[in-house]
Design a binder for this molecule. Structure first.
Ligand code: 13P
Length: 252
């Protein structure tokens, strides 16, 4: 499939940021999104407390709302957790699973991430599965081995273009201002594409692969021009409507 046949997606991961007054910033994103309609899909993943409000605010604007994590089970005695079904019930369309902050701080394994992706599908959500190497792994020349292992371990059977997005987020590039070279991004994304197609068939050609890690206004154009980069998962820069919209405007 030609690259242009995959509609780009620019998703903002707000992480643990945002209170009710953040609705104002979300309104600004909505206001600016009109000019991008049909060219790029937009999504905001606010903290769980804001999902319902943002989903209601988003209405028919076309901006999708995502969660940042879910439990593998639909319900039960799991204090403090949230299920895919609950996210869906609150108005989410998608959920990020396996973000490196969850893998590192909450010791999530590939098997757990895989179970969460399966839960996302069960709950009717798109699973945005994050993968990426650490600085030490990159320096040891293990980047592709790590990505291969994470893809094999984190993606359930049943992948389609409609139910999965993969985000390549080098751990060392997250929140640091550092980014890989275009050549490094190209190598990683091509490898990810091949691996998904190898294990999940031709549907893998249509799955969107996002780049994440210090995406900002100044580097978005270059990063989004890399083959097999089908959009961005934006952290810090997604908290400001102007920056988030500016990044998405690369696809205008
Ligand atoms: P930054 O854009 O702040 O580096 O965060 C990237 C990220 O982790 C998105 O999920």
């Amino acid at each position: 499939m030609a690259i242009s046949e995959r509609r780009p997606l620019v998703a903002g991961n707000w992480k643990m940021n945002g209170l009710r007054p953040s609705a104002v910033e979300f309104s600004r994103i909505m206001a600016g999104s009109a000019g991008l309609a049909g060219k790029v899909d937009l999504m905001i993943c606010p903290p769980a407390t804001l999902i319902r409000a943002f989903a209601e605010q988003a209405g028919t604007s076309g901006i999708a709302i995502g969660g940042q994590n879910c439990h593998a089970e639909p319900a039960g005695a799991f204090t403090g957790d949230i299920s895919a079904e609950m996210l869906k019930d609150a108005g989410a369309n998608a959920v990020i699973v396996g973000h490196s902050e969850r893998r590192t701080l909450h010791k999530e394994t590939d098997a757990e991430v895989c179970a969460k992706a399966r839960a996302a599908w069960r709950g009717g959500l798109i699973a945005i599965v994050c993968i990426g190497e650490t600085q030490a792994e990159r320096e040891a020349g293990q980047t592709l081995d790590v990505l291969g292992r994470q893809i094999d371990g984190s993606l359930p059977d049943g992948v389609t273009a409609a139910n999965l997005v993969v985000a390549y987020e080098p751990v060392w590039a997250i929140g640091t201002g550092l980014t890989p070279t275009s050549a490094d991004v190209a190598q990683a994304h091509e490898f990810i594409r091949q691996r998904i197609v190898e294990h999940h068939g031709v549907a893998g050609n249509s799955v969107r692969i996002l780049y994440g890690g210090s995406v900002k206004l100044s580097n978005a154009k270059e990063l989004m021009a890399v083959p097999h980069v089908d959009g961005a998962l934006v952290g810090g820069a997604s908290l400001k409507a102007e920056d988030f919209l500016g990044i998405a405007a690369v696809y205008r």
